[in-house]
Design a protein. Structure first.
Length: 311
């Protein structure tokens, strides 16, 4: 039985991209429906400001969340809504992931004005992505393609494609679907072709650890099957040094209490071959999910994958 929590006044810290605002408004509506008073605090993060370099060269995942955490620390906001794949694997002291919501489509989408599938691209075609994971997986699928950096919010990336800077781009299907832009998707990469990033398609809500009242208010928004899956995926990333940018994919499926976890690691330099592994286990708790993820990370390393060490 869910225990009712007293109404709270909650300020949500959010990035100001259209997708981030959709996500924050989604959480706002769910909380308001439960009697809470909610407003948004829009912010621009360092990750939004630096668009001329890849994330791996300017500090990795934390670039999208640091300013939001400062707002929580200073009391200007109470919760932060994140795309979970952008959240570092280890939370700073005093912060915690209080809620993981039901996942949207975790897969990658192929977007192109002219071509229906990756296989249709001509030799030497230019494909845009900002993700090391997508880069190494694309290179494994089509070593003849030219993979070029692609930064900016969703609208910016689509504009660059439409301007002819790329023959195709690869984006998270979840973002396109949330913004009602499914028509831009030419085809979907199934996980056995392009394994998704840890946490892709899931929303996580961060709070200060001393705010149990907020944790209680957010509890009804949590979706435990999603939380178990992403906990396992994020544990793979944690085991591979995933708070820096790692060319790593991890994707879990859950049937009843049986979790199957697939992971892949690639070498951005193309010297080492793609390393892939999978493992199945009974998972009913977050601790079991994380243990499975740690085991899969160890199997990747045994296969030759390299752990990322932050500078």
């Amino acid at each position: 039985m869910t225990v009712a929590t007293p109404p709270l006044s909650i300020v949500i810290a959010t990035r100001e991209s259209r997708l981030a605002l959709w996500q924050a408004e989604h959480v706002k509506a769910l909380l308001q429906a439960r009697g809470h008073t909610v407003e948004l605090l829009g912010m621009t993060t360092k990750g939004d400001q630096i668009l001329d370099r890849t994330l791996s060269k300017v500090g990795g995942k934390g670039l999208f969340v640091k300013e939001l955490e400062v707002a929580l620390e200073e009391g200007r906001a109470h919760i932060a809504v994140h795309s979970l794949k952008d959240v570092p694997m280890d939370m700073p002291e005093g912060f915690s992931l209080a809620c993981v919501m039901e996942r949207e489509d975790p897969r990658d989408a192929f977007v192109s004005p002219r071509y229906q599938h990756l296989a249709e691209l001509p030799q030497g075609a230019v494909v845009g992505t900002s993700s090391l994971r997508r880069q190494v997986l694309l290179q494994a699928l089509r070593p003849d393609l030219k993979i070029e950096p692609l930064r900016g919010n969703l609208d910016t990336r689509l504009r660059k494609l439409d301007e002819g800077q790329y023959d195709a781009i690869v984006l998270a299907a979840a973002g396109l679907k949330r913004l009602g832009m499914q028509a831009r998707i030419r085809s979907i990469f199934e996980p056995d072709t392009m394994l998704p990033a840890a946490g892709q398609g899931a929303l996580g809500i961060e709070i200060r650890t001393d705010r149990q009242d907020l944790a209680d208010a957010l509890a009804p928004l949590a979706h435990m099957p999603t939380w178990l899956r992403v906990a396992a995926e994020r544990a793979v990333s944690r085991g591979m040094g995933g708070s820096c940018s790692v060319p790593l994919a991890a994707h879990a499926t859950l049937q009843g209490d049986t979790m199957q976890l697939h992971a892949a690691w690639g070498d951005p330099e193309g010297i080492k071959a793609l390393v892939q592994t999978q493992q199945t286990a009974t998972v009913t708790t977050l601790a079991q999910a994380e243990a499975l993820g740690a085991e899969v990370a160890a199997r990747l390393q045994a296969g030759g994958a390299l752990v990322c060490k932050p500078d």
